[in-house]
Design a protein. Structure first.
Length: 236
């Protein structure tokens, strides 16, 4: 897969490095083209690049790895270049608060992802890679207690959803489809919520039981990590 990256910070480096290791072609662009070429050299990405427009044009997928409040201004001048490409939005609209991190959007149908889709209407936006800290993507194949890391994503476009699933699987992780872009705000809020749990020292990993233990959910006891035991059996 050919993937352009917009941004030269921690996520650009971690995800870009993971994609190079997985055999993808990566090209980096940023507001500082020198920093973009430096990052590309550091992670073994394609030579050249530097300018955001080059990264936007480069491949079938383009990662937006800038602060959430910079995402729309960064994407707006690139809307034409992004036509037909899958825009991977890993932004988390979050600011620190006295009692933990706070969401900077209002969770309705609004989200950074929805705003990007309105800004670049011909792009196929997917919300993905926002939950985990960048350090997770530096692990060779993220897995915990033998279970590959699940990566939730939201996308409206079936081709974008298929691309994300393929990309996530190529990194040794489990794609977890979570609906369309109208649910991206929930995913962004979930990231802020999980970060709050981690920052307060809580064990976020134990928060979500397997689908077999979720009353009313589809029986998915064959899913990796599921015990196959019903909640009733667990209680007995
Ligand atoms: N770090 C994580 O663990 C993590 C995890 C999940 C999601 N995320 C999300 O991923 C995104 C990137 O995070 P990060 O940790 O990679 O941030 P970062 O290390 O601070 O890097 C941010 C990048 O965005 C660029 N940038 C900042 N403001 C910009 C603007 N107004 N216009 C154009 N470019 C701008 C920076 O350029 P300069 O270097 O020139 O300032 C830098 O290249 C954020 O939305 C964050 O919420 C982060």
């Amino acid at each position: 897969m050919r993937i352009g990256i917009l941004g030269t910070g921690a996520m650009a480096s971690a995800l870009g490095g993971a994609w190079v290791r997985a055999g993808h072609e990566v090209l980096v662009g940023g507001r500082d083209p020198g920093a973009a070429r430096q990052l590309a050299a550091a992670i073994g990405a394609s030579e050249g690049g530097g300018e955001p427009a080059e990264a936007a044009r480069f491949g079938e997928a383009v990662l937006v790895a800038v602060p959430a409040d910079a995402a729309v201004p960064v994407i707006a001048p690139l809307a034409a270049e992004l036509a037909g490409r899958t825009l991977l939005d890993c932004t988390v609209p979050m600011v620190p608060g006295e009692r933990g991190p706070c969401l900077t959007t209002v969770v309705t149908a609004d989200s950074v992802a929805a705003r990007l889709a309105a800004t670049a209407p011909a792009a196929r936006v997917a919300k993905v890679f926002g939950i985990c800290h960048e350090s997770i993507w530096t692990l060779p194949r993220p897995a915990f207690e033998g279970v590959p890391l699940g990566v939730p994503y939201c996308a409206d476009d079936p081709a974008a959803a298929a691309l994300v699933a393929e990309l996530v699987a190529s990194m040794g992780c489990l794609p977890v489809p979570c609906g369309g872009l109208d649910r991206a705000g929930l995913l962004e809020a979930a990231a802020v919520f999980a970060i709050g749990v981690w920052w307060s020292g809580g064990e976020a990993r134990g928060v979500f039981p397997s689908p077999a233990l979720a009353p009313g959910a589809a029986d998915d006891s064959d899913a990796p990590g599921a015990t196959g035991d019903s909640a009733e059996a667990q209680r007995a």
